[in-house]
Design a protein around this ligand. Structure first.
Ligand code: B12
Length: 217
């Protein structure tokens, strides 16, 4: 199946705003042998499109919410277990602490990053979404990860990434870790500006970066 076909099928079903249909179609795609990574990428593209249509006033907020929720459900309940299954019995290549920053409840992208890294052999400590700064600091101290991944999907929440980098410096925890940022409003420039080590535009890039940060590429 080409990625254009995959995208078309996911787009059609997400646009029905019927969560059951989205889950059914996702399961069907998995059964037809579609690669779970390609499926998640297709969801990412379709959701971005939906976000743009919401921005342009073509969709209502409730439609944006329904589309986002149906995608979240299909990805976490159907695609992620498949990705995890592909990654079983791999040797651990590094520890990654991940979370969506405080004030931000978007976690679809972060979950995809977590699933992909985990399928590639990383140990993932997922702090979830809307994670307070103090929790990141405490978790770094307790778990001593190689990499900390910070997700932010809103221009209003991305500033928390900077606060976390600063707090980790203040607590003298910064030197022992690599910090990677991601999420739609962030960029390479932003990553550099706030003193993090890298920016990942999508989950595949996140994987490449994390591998190179632990010397496994
Ligand atoms: C789905 C969605 C939701 C869902 C989220 C469900 C969930 N569990 O995540 C729901 C419906 C809950 C939601 C709520 C809201 N949303 Co919303 N949402 C979206 C939407 C349409 C898609 C986001 C998404 O999931 N994309 C698909 C995933 C796969 O892509 P991604 O998140 O970008 O992740 C990829 C990369 O960024 C990267 N990545 C992500 N994290 C990380 C981390 C690391 C370390 C790395 C390396 C890479 C990485 O890899 C991922 C996989 O490829 C976007 C539109 C958009 N353009 O992004 C709006 C959007 C982000 N939402 C927006 C808003 C405003 C809201 C609300 C405030 C709406 C409201 N008025 O109530 C609330 C937020 C409340 C809050 N406090 O957080 C705005 C943000 C505007 C801004 N200020 O910047 C957007 C841009 C829509 C818009 N155009 O207005 N939303």
């Amino acid at each position: 199946m080409t990625s254009a076909e995959l995208e078309k099928r996911i787009s059609e079903v997400v646009n029905t705003l019927d969560s059951d249909k989205v889950s059914e179609e996702t399961a069907k795609l998995i059964n037809e042998g579609a690669n779970p990574i390609d499926i998640t990428n297709a969801f990412a593209i379709v959701l971005r499109e939906i976000g743009k249509r919401y921005e342009s006033g073509e969709l209502y907020l409730v439609e944006l919410l329904a589309a986002g929720e149906s995608a979240r459900k299909a990805i976490t309940e159907i695609v992620e277990p498949k990705l995890k299954q592909l990654g079983v019995k791999r040797e651990t290549i590094g520890k990654v602490l991940l979370g969506t920053v405080e004030g931000d409840i978007h976690d679809i992208g972060k979950n995809i990053v977590a699933a992909l890294l985990s399928s590639a052999g990383f140990e993932i400590i997922d702090l979830g979404k809307d994670v307070p700064l103090e929790k990141f600091v405490q978790a770094v101290r307790e778990n001593k990860p190689h990499i900390v991944g910070l997700s932010a999907l809103m221009t209003t929440s991305m500033i928390k990434q900077r606060d976390i980098v600063e707090a980790l410096k203040k607590e003298d925890l910064r030197r022992d870790i690599k910090i990677v940022v991601g999420g739609a409003p962030t960029s390479q420039e932003w990553a550099e500006e706030i003193g993090s080590d890298a920016y990942g535009a999508d989950a595949i890039e996140a994987l490449k970066i994390c591998k190179s940060l632990v010397g496994k590429n």
